[in-house]
Design a protein around this ligand. Structure first.
Ligand SMILES: Nc1nc2c(ncn2[C@@H]2O[C@H](COP(=O)(O)OP(=O)(O)O)[C@@H](O)[C@H]2O)c(=O)[nH]1
Ligand SMILES: [Mg+2]
Length: 681
């Protein structure tokens, strides 16, 4: 029998990198009895950071699914990466849960990715619980961080737990809802609750009142009872709280120390009592299908093959049944269903609506697909993956391995859609694009470890282009007389710039058939070939209109080939006279940094020929918008890290092409000439 949807809680554990999400999931699994020891990041023994690369870097790189039981409910936790370079899994995980557990460091407070992921949860109307972690650390301060959370995330963030003591003298946590306390278990399982220490009575009273006020405000009948002076039982408050959390009217704030397992008991209670089950939130798939499952993540396992992780939205997904892929109507047999706990797989018979499960070896299923019992009308939920922001040129370490490299990277791309392999039409380079330098580097390591292929990364070449600023008219004539049949093509063209330096137009203004209709497309073809490599720096030419105005032909010797050559000759000659210039890509850059780093960042952007467009305060952080030439920000990652001590974050995207300043253009032109001469004949 599948588990009833009302008894399931699906929770994505999200937050900035290094706030203790993975450690917290470890603690929750341990406290629930799912595991028998509390693994650590340092020893590489946590359930959810099971991947070798994660252990080496001591950070989560992909989402990990783990489940446990508490109060007769099944809790599915998805531990997500906090680093924005690895946000694909975080974005996808948020799509399939009802609740987000937002972990915040008790020292650092709200950080860049805390706000970002909060915004995403807001868009998806997810219920949210905040957990202030690391309260044992030096300079940790629950009340300061609570205030920051209220100011920067939402003023409806309300404390539901309080710390007893602080920093290294932290001894326990108070559960305001159940009016009890838990003492520090020092990494053991938390035992039964104890009475709240007397010296905390006043503070507890103050925050309990704040909590009650907030809860009763969301429930009219409760409000009446409260105002009439009735002592309201914890169950009633919990029920009203759950409704308020379900409707996103309250975000409870819990706290503790993940690495000591302090606060886990109260947090698990809150997951069950405070977070809505799948029944209480609207499904993102509207369908009358009797079975519907949404694949939100794919793992490219070298041994088990492809593993698809899915959320069931309707009916029951059973082993050894066949479902239809809504996208391409193909049939998929679900041979081996399994539950996942980090890397552990266990055979499963089926998954009911609301649950999350996995299946190996589907044929054509990709992340984002919906599996249904039969053909139905439905709109698959959008996962909303971001576009990659940076690219590296990638090459096989060993000649001849190019296909293997491409295949390995393509498989990794199936697993992580923000990782993309493409070929730069202009430079001919194979480009690997991703969300950050580390993101791309990790992909290369994974390809080596999982699929045994070695490759090298290089700075990609900037895709410069050429265009013209003036007009010119030129004549191209190709004539060859060798014995028998000769070659003859002859044309006059006018070259003009197009608006915004984009596109190519060919206009045929031949009158009286001075060039027969059949040969005119050949002139166009010859010019298009010449456009591939401009005379200036060998970059492609764009933003030109060519008008074919005159020419002549020969009855016997004229051919398409001859007119193609004549066209390219005319073009080259006109191009030289039409003031050719070099253009470079300009990127739109958004940098978010701590306020105190703003001066240094702006100075640095200035030295990179950047133009500032505006600044926006973001609660202790500032978002700077600027336009910067791509050539100047190929290695921006390193600069930002060193200027902000790793606390900055950035995004960029292509904006438009602009003329390269003359002194820089000259260097590029000279370099291109040298390269050209260096090529052996
Ligand atoms: N002192 C202390 N350290 C913690 C706590 N939680 C996590 N850590 C440490 O903080 C680091 C980052 O933890 P991790 O769970 O990987 O954070 P994540 O990136 O959010 O998953 C690791 O070194 C943990 O051992 C805590 O409550 N107290
Ligand atoms: Mg982690």
């Amino acid at each position: 029998m599948p588990i009833e949807a009302g008894k399931i809680r699906n929770v994505a554990v999200v937050g900035h990198r290094g706030t203790g999400k993975t450690s917290l999931v470890e603690a929750l699994l341990f406290q629930s009895g799912k595991t028998n020891r509390l693994g650590t990041i340092e020893a590489g023994t946590t359930v959810s950071d099971w991947d070798e690369d994660e252990q080496k870097r001591q950070m989560s790189l992909s989402a990990s699914l783990c489940s446990c039981e508490w109060q007769g409910r099944k809790l599915n936790f998805i531990d997500t990466p906090g680093d924005s370079g690895f946000q694909a899994d975080t974005v996808a995980s948020l799509r399939v849960v009802e609740g987000a557990l937002v972990v915040v460091s008790g020292v650092m407070g709200v950080e860049v990715n805390t706000s970002r992921v909060w915004g995403r949860a807001e868009e998806l109307e997810l219920s949210r619980v905040v957990y202030i972690n690391m309260l044992d650390r030096e300079r940790a301060d629950f009340y300061r961080v609570l205030a920051a959370v209220q100011e920067q995330l939402s003023d409806r963030c309300i404390a539901i737990q309080l710390p007893i003591g602080a920093e290294h003298e932290l001894t326990g946590v108070v559960d305001l809802l159940h009016n009890c306390a838990y003492m520090d278990p020092h990494g053991e399982r938390e035992g039964d609750p104890v009475a709240i220490p007397d010296e905390l009575a006043a503070t507890v009273e103050e925050y309990r009142t704040k909590l009650l006020d907030a809860v009763v405000e969301t429930d009219e009948t409760l409000m009446e009872r409260y105002l009439s002076g009735e002592e309201i039982p914890a169950e009633d408050i919990a029920a009203a709280l759950k409704n308020a959390v379900t409707r996103d009217e309250i975000y409870p704030v819990a706290c503790g120390v993940a690495t000591k397992n302090l606060g886990s008991h109260a947090l698990l209670d809150l997951m069950v009592e405070g977070v809505p089950s799948p029944v209480k939130k609207p499904s993102p798939i509207e369908t009358d299908a009797t079975v519907a499952a949404f694949v939100f993540k794919t793992v490219a396992d070298p041994f088990a093959g492809r593993i698809s992780i899915f959320r069931v939205y309707a009916g029951e997904v059973k082993s050894d049944t066949t479902l239809v892929n809504h996208r391409d109507h193909s049939k998929e047999r679900l041979g081996s269903l399994m539950t996942l706990d980090g890397k552990e797989h266990e055979k499963a018979a089926g998954f009911g609506a609301g649950d999350i499960g996995a299946v190996a070896k589907l044929k054509e299923v990709q992340t984002g697909d919906v599996l249904v019992d039969a053909e139905h009308d439905l709109e698959p939920p959008a996962l909303g993956f971001p576009e990659p922001v940076m690219s590296f040129a990638v090459s096989a370490k060993t000649k001849g391995d190019e296909d293997k490299v491409a295949q390995a990277l393509r498989r990794l791309g199936e697993e992580d859609p923000t990782l993309r392999l493409s070929r730069d039409q202009q430079t001919g380079e194979e480009l690997l694009s991703g969300m950050s330098q580390v993101h791309v580097e990790v992909a290369v390591e994974r390809a080596r470890r999982r699929f045994g292929v070695e490759m090298e990364l290089h700075q990609p070449r900037v895709p410069y282009v050429e265009t013209i600023k003036g007009e010119a008219r030129a004549h191209g004539r190709y004539k060859k007389q060798t014995g028998g049949r000769g070659q003859f093509g002859d044309c006059h063209i006018v070259l003009e710039p197009l608006d915004d330096h984009v596109g190519y137009e060919f206009v045929d203004k031949i009158v009286g058939g001075v060039i027969p209709q059949g040969f005119r497309p050949a002139v166009d073809k010859g010019i298009q070939e010449a456009l591939q490599h401009g005379n200036l720096a060998g970059a492609p030419v764009q933003g030109v209109r060519v008008t074919l105005v005159d020419g002549s032909y020969h009855n016997v010797d004229s051919s398409e080939m001859a007119f193609k050559i004549a066209g390219s000759m005319a073009f080259r000659s006109a191009y030289e006279q039409a003031q050719p210039v070099l253009l470079e890509p300009i990127m739109e850059l958004e940098v978010t940094v701590p306020d105190e780093a703003v001066g240094a960042i702006n100075g640095d952007l200035n030295s990179r020929r950047g133009r500032l467009h505006g600044m926006e305060p973001k609660g202790g952080m500032t978002m700077i918008k600027a336009e910067v030439p791509m050539a100047e920000v190929l290695t921006y990652n390193q600069a930002l890290t060193s200027l902000t001590g790793g606390r900055g974050d950035y995004h960029m995207q292509f904006l438009r092409y602009e003329e390269v300043p003359a002194h820089i253009a000259q260097k590029l032109i000279d370099a291109a000439k040298r390269d050209n001469e260096a090529v052996p004949a």
